[in-house]
Design a protein around this ligand. Structure first.
Ligand code: FAD
Length: 488
């Protein structure tokens, strides 16, 4: 085990330790392009994503004073996002750590391990919610699992939605109830589950997959009320990936796609046995919604998600600003207004994060809760803001996105033409082309398109989340303002 210069033991993994873990776990069933891949490190289009996650693990050591903290159990150093927050300072320090990690990918990888670290820390902090209606064993399993995630510093994917077959019916009735993940039996070892879930982002680069509630169930749907976690190489687990958007050939040509395709997969559970000690919820349809609504998950996950969104908006602002300065369009009023819009979105996101920490409080479970009011206001807006950032960058960049010869062109006999005709007022040809290729990778490449879709849907859609913000809003002060004029 590694130690710090001061001699503290470190449980937080390095990139090399993460990659060694993947290399040793070569028995997965990951399908991509008609090929079954047992280990992502063996596939040229998957390897880059694994290497990006390795850089994330390295970053926590490079910024150890921000990202690592003593475990409450034994003082060994773990990633801060695994800790259950017990004070406002804990939330502030957690945000600083998540900012460092998000910056490694410019916010392009939404599901770095922080996402599930925060989720399971909050679930474990509210374990009594999981224990309701006689589920003490499931709750104890969950607490033990969160400690395992923390101490082994796992990379975890999750799949909480059932596949879309026919949204006009409840999920459990779609195609005879066979599509949605459900329990089909029980053995001495564990429960047996069948069906599918979507989407498991990061799946090829995860050590474990977790399943927890993501939709409503009704009485009678007990077989569908499941939460559990499994190693990725569990027999019967099959991951069906979309096309790879990784372009590992050149970081000049594809600065983001060459590095940061986090991959999305549908997961098929082909009569998978979930060991009893990995089952957190089994058959409680009421608990299925309560573990989301009553555990504090809403505030904690938005604290992580919007920290990453802040970094990504700041990246968009930086791209817009540098592009506009490079080509000189920054002198136009409407370009400055568009740059101002990008800055506004980033700054308002930062303000909401600061506000949620300023108003944070100790909740009924003894966990320090980031006040969800400013985060709820953002939750409906962010799926619109990040796509709007793509649109604003298009409007700032114009045709320059297409004046982007490749690295091979730079190394060809036409280099002289490129150096002459692709230079900008404030940059030589190479800098200008690199910049616009980077910005196109952010908004317009396969990866950029996927990124826009991700932002629209990864935390449910804007419409339902704005509706939820309205439904849960405290309306007292607003109504009082009206009422005072309705009576003489
Ligand atoms: C790139 C990407 C990565 C993702 N990663 C993950 C992941 O790692 N883990 C995970 O669990 N999930 C992940 N998701 C899935 C995400 O949780 C869902 O996409 C999201 O909840 C929306 O569900 P859906 O895709 O089934 O869309 P659908 O439900 O099919 O929605 C299609 C349209 O119908 C509308 N609609 C659907 N139902 C209703 C309704 N009841 N009322 C009103 N309108 C409705 C939607 O607003 C949308 O406009 C990811 C999604 C994307 C796009």
């Amino acid at each position: 085990m590694a130690t710090t210069e001061q001699g503290s033991a470190i449980l937080a993994r390095t990139g090399a330790e993460f990659l060694a873990g993947l290399a040793a776990d070569g028995d997965r069933e990951i399908w991509i392009g008609g090929e079954c891949v047992a280990n992502p490190l063996d596939h040229p289009l998957l390897r880059t994503g694994a290497e990006a996650i390795a850089r994330v693990y390295d970053a926590q050591h490079a910024h150890a004073e921000v990202c690592l903290a003593p475990s409450p159990d034994d003082g060994r150093l773990v990633n801060r996002t695994h800790l259950i927050p017990r004070s406002r300072e804990d939330l502030e320090r957690r945000r600083a750590s998540m900012e460092v990690i998000s910056a490694v990918t410019g916010g392009m990888m939404g599901r770095v391990p922080d996402y599930l670290n925060v989720t399971f820390a909050c679930f474990a902090g509210a374990s009594e919610v999981w224990a309701r209606r006689g589920n003490e064993r499931g709750a104890a399993n969950l607490v033990a699992y969160q400690r395992l995630m923390r101490d082994r510093d796992l990379s975890t994917t999750h799949a909480i939605m059932n596949p879309v077959a026919d949204r006009s019916k409840p999920e459990t009735e779609q195609l005879g109830g066979e599509i949605a993940l459900h329990k089909v039996g029980e053995t001495a070892e564990g429960i047996v589950v069948r069906g599918a879930r979507m989407l498991a982002t990061l799946a090829p680069f995860a050590d474990e997959i977790s399943v927890y509630p993501g939709s409503d169930l009704r009485p009678g749907d007990e077989a569908y009320a499941l939460a559990f976690a499994l190693p990725m190489s569990t027999p019967g687990l099959r991951f069906i990936c979309r096309d790879s958007f990784a372009k590992p050939t050149s970081t000049f040509d594809y600065p983001l796609s060459a590095r940061f395709d986090e991959m999305d997969a549908v997961v098929v559970f082909d009569d998978v046995v979930v060991p009893h000690d990995r089952v957190f919820l089994d058959g409680d349809v009421v608990g299925y919604s309560e573990v989301i609504t009553d555990s504090g998950w809403r505030g904690h996950i938005m604290h992580q998600a919007f920290t990453r969104a802040y970094v990504k908006l700041l990246f968009a602002f930086g791209l817009g600003h540098v592009m506009a300065e490079t080509t000189g369009v920054v002198r136009f009023d409407h370009i400055q207004e568009k740059l101002g819009q990008l800055w506004n979105m980033a700054e308002l996101t930062r303000c909401a994060l600061v506000a949620c920490e300023a108003d944070s409080y100790l909740d009924d479970h003894g966990v320090w809760y980031p006040h969800d009011r400013p985060l709820m206001a953002l939750r409906g807006e962010m799926p619109k803001w990040l796509p709007r950032a793509h649109e604003l960058l298009q409007l700032i960049g114009g045709g320059s996105f297409m004046a982007t010869p490749s690295e091979a062109d730079f190394n060809s006999p036409i280099r002289g033409d490129i150096e002459k005709y692709f230079m900008a007022g404030n940059a030589d040809a190479e800098r200008r082309v690199r910049l616009f290729r980077l910005a196109w990778d952010y908004i317009g490449s396969d990866l950029g398109g996927r990124s826009e879709l991700y932002e629209r849907f990864y935390l449910s859609d804007s419409w339902r989340m704005t509706q939820l913000a309205y439904r849960t809003a405290d309306k007292t002060a607003a109504v009082d303002l009206v009422e005072q004029f309705l009576h003489d």
